[in-house]
Design a binder for this molecule. Sequence first.
Ligand code: HMG
Ligand code: MG
Length: 299
Amino acid sequence: GLPGLVTIWEVGARDGLQNEATTVPVEVKLEFLDRLAGAGLRVLEATSFVHPRWVPQLADADELLTRLGRRPGVRYPVLVPNERGLDRALSTGVEHIAIFAAATETFARRNLNRSLDEQFTMFEPVVTRARAEGLAVRGYVSMCFGDPWEGNVPLDQVVSVGRRLLDMGCQQLSLGDTIGVGTPGHVRSLLSSFTTAGVNVDTLAVHFHDTYGQALSNTLAALESGVTTVDSSAGGLGGCPYARSATGNLATEDLVWMLDGLGIEHGVDLEALVATSTWMAGQLGRPSPSRVVRALSGT
Ligand code: HMG
Ligand code: MG
C-alpha cells in the first residue's frame, strides 16, 4: 500500500541552483528559502560547503547560513564533502549535513577528485565528527540507476556503497538518479536489493532527476515499495555540473499534485509554492520546466 504521509526533502536552493549559469544573489536565495518555508516545506537543503571553485554558484554558503533566518520546525541541511567543509558548516551553526558519495569510479573522480575507495576515507572523519557533535547525517549515493561514462550500474555495487555509508554512521540514504535514466522496474529492483541486504526501507529516500520524464513514475514505484522521503526541487530546477545530461530534479509541484491526487499528506500549500517558483523563474530569466507550475500559473 501507499504511505499516509510523505516528507518532501526540498533541494531547490542547493541542487536547483548549483548548475545555474547566472549567479543568484544571496538576498534572492534567502528570500527563496523563506518563501519555501512559508509554503509549508519542512526540510530545505540550503547550500553546499564545497570548494568555491568547483561550484561557484554556491560560493556564498558561509554568508547564506550566517544570515539565514531559521524558522522553528524547519530543518536546513547542507552538503559537506570533507573536513574543511564540515568546519565551515559548524561555524555557521548547521545542525544537519549530507555527504555525497558516488556509486561509480568515474563519477567519484569527476565529482570528488577521489577514487571510489578514497571517497570513504574522505567521508569517514566527517561523519564521525558530525555525529559526535550531535548533527544529523544523510548520505547520498549518486549514479544509482546509470552513469553517463560507465553505463549500467550493478545493483550490488550501489547497495555496497550505501551499506558503507550506513556503517560509517549515516542515518539516511538518498538514492540518486543523477542523470534521470531510471524507470519504475529498476526502482523496485534497487529498493528490494537494499531491503534484502538488511537495510530498513525507513532509512531510504529517493532523489530523481527528470531528464527522461520518469521522475514521477519512479516516485510512485518508490512509494509503493515503502519509501516515505522524496527529494524534489521547487519549479523543477536542478542538475549537476559534473554529470553530463543531468537536468532538473523532480519538480516539487508535480510531486505535490500527485500526492494530492493519491490522498497522501505532505503539508505544502501548492498555491504559495507555485507563486514562489514563478517568482524564482523571473529571477532566473526563464520559465519553470515544471508542468504543474506552467498549468497553474498560466505560463
Ligand atoms: P580537491 O581539489 O581534491 O581538494 O577537491 P583538496 O582536498 O585537494 O584541497 C585542495 C584545496 O581546496 C585546499 O586548499 C583545501 O583547503 C581547499 P589549499 O590548502 O590548497 O589552499 N578545500 C576547500 N575549500 C573550501 N571548502 C571546502 C574545501 N575542500 C577543500 N569544502 C572536493 C575535493 C571534494 C573539495 C571537490 O571535489 C569539490 O568541492 N567537489 C564538489 C562537487 C559538487 O559539489 N558537486 C555537486 C553536488 S553532488 C550532486 O549534485 C548529486 C546529488 O544531487 C545527488 C544526485 O543527483 O545523484 C547530491
Ligand atoms: Mg541531484
